[in-house]
Design a protein around this ligand. Structure first.
Ligand SMILES: Cc1ncc(COP(=O)(O)O)c(C=O)c1O
Length: 414
């Protein structure tokens, strides 16, 4: 069998819809400066799809720092992996400042969050160890665990009783293998907006001997009094043993970092394959991240504005009878009942007739019969944007309830 024949015969769970939605719901081209308003297919849209939480993407100081760093250093510098020839003072400075920001002893940069997380997990555990992880963990956690040769036990999302049961199993097993236990969860779950119950999870440390790794990709900059993340929000940041953050959300850039006690960071520097065998993060990304961090620290009003918009949006949706699940973060899912064509038709109506651009999640990403429209409020949205959006949502909900989107066919978008 030709590998290529297999690939084209079945395109995969998402790829199977490519011919119907490519360029519209998948791979859409959003154009113009990153903001609350951008262009899609030549028309201005109110955009609720970007994790530009603090509005830093297009902040003039950020744009200036990015441009100047590109001019001063270019993208090549430094050449080689950190360990061999890619170390700079600015990489170290950024790491020190990040560690300080998330209240950890030390930090290390990762070129991408995704590969970085895979490698953190790979480096931390071996076959004697047992991992206990939340069932809604991000793909990068799942892929890190795919490489694990030992046991892994999953607990249903945020089900602490079940976590306790799995920890008991893990404890028994590690008593035999001589290994340790690593618990993995997230700070903010990016799809639902729910928070990992870090207060309850860390409380279990008294009973069970485990280390805790938290992916706080969506929590850095958005959660906690100083933006240090979801652990700070719960007052348990110290209890997180290994903290993971990315530059792909609040930082509006690319790259990521891991933060932990100094000796663990030193161990990771010498054992994370994604960093040992890959080129160092280019200078403009490092300088750009330093500028973003400075703004994040000096301008708490960005986070306050994000929360003002998020709270208005979430309160408004709830008061209009929408189901927004269990979000406790700015991530705002709107859960509707309907099949995939209905969801697509509704989102098409929102996009074309109300000029609202938001992400649509349907089966197979969520269970059949459910459609989730995911809204990401940011500090660059206004309360007028919120009012406009609430009215539009009420109108499309009315149409959905009347069955107006149920044609059985996705409207022609390609
Ligand atoms: C929860 C979570 N973890 C990890 C990542 C991966 O980070 P990166 O985009 O830096 O690869 C993402 C997405 O960006 C995410 O949402």
């Amino acid at each position: 069998m030709d590998i290529f024949a297999k690939a084209t015969a079945r395109m995969g769970p998402l790829g199977q819809y490519a011919s119907q939605v490519h360029g519209y719901f998948t791979f859409p081209k959003l154009e113009g400066e990153i903001s609350n308003r951008m262009h899609f297919r030549g028309k201005e849209k109110l955009v609720w799809s970007l994790n530009n939480y603090l509005g830093l993407a297009n902040h003039p100081e950020v744009r200036k720092a990015d441009a100047e760093a590109a001019k001063d250093y270019g993208l090549a510098l430094p050449m080689g992996a950190r360990m061999m020839s890619g170390q700079t003072k600015l990489h170290e400075q950024l790491e020190n400042e990040l560690a300080d920001f998330v209240k950890k002893e030390a930090a290390y940069l990762l070129n991408f969050g995704y590969q970085g997380m895979v490698s953190v997990i790979d480096a931390l555990i071996d076959r004697q160890d047992v991992v206990v992880y939340d069932s809604e963990s991000h793909a990068c956690i799942i892929d890190g665990l795919r490489m694990h040769m030992g046991k892994r036990f999953v607990f249903p999302h945020n089900d602490i009783d079940n976590l306790r049961t799995e920890l008991r199993r893990a404890k028994k097993l590690t008593e035999k293998t001589g290994g340790g236990i690593l618990v993995i969860t997230e700070g903010v779950f990016g799809m639902s907006g729910s928070l990992g119950k870090l207060d309850e999870i860390t409380a279990l440390k008294k009973e069970f001997n485990f280390r805790l790794l938290v992916d706080d990709a969506h929590g850095v900059g958005t959660m906690g009094p100083t933006g240090a993340g979801t652990g700070e929000h719960f007052g348990v940041q110290d209890e997180i043993d290994v903290f993971f953050g990315t530059f792909a959300k609040s930082f509006a850039s690319i790259g990521a970092f891991v933060a932990a006690p100094r000796e663990i960071i030193t161990y990771l520097m010498y054992n994370m394959r994604s960093q040992i065998y890959a080129k160092s993060l280019p200078m403009p990304l490092v300088v750009g991240a330093l500028k973003r961090l400075e703004l994040m620290r000096n301008h708490p009003e960005f986070r306050e504005k994000l929360w003002t918009v998020a709270t208005a949006l979430q309160k408004g949706l709830k008061s209009r009878g929408f189901n927004i699940g269990n979000t406790q973060s700015p991530v705002t899912p709107v859960v509707l009942s309907g099949d995939t064509p209905e969801g697509a038709n509704l989102a098409h109506d929102l996009r074309e007739n109300f000029n609202l651009f938001c992400s649509v999640v349907a089966y197979p990403v969520v269970p059949k019969g459910t459609i989730i429209l995911r809204l990401i409020p940011t500090a660059v949205h206004t309360l007028e944007d919120v009012e406009y959006t609430l009215d539009a949502f009420s109108k499309v909900k009315d149409k959905l309830d009347k069955g107006e989107y149920a044609t059985g066919k996705i409207v022609d978008v390609v």
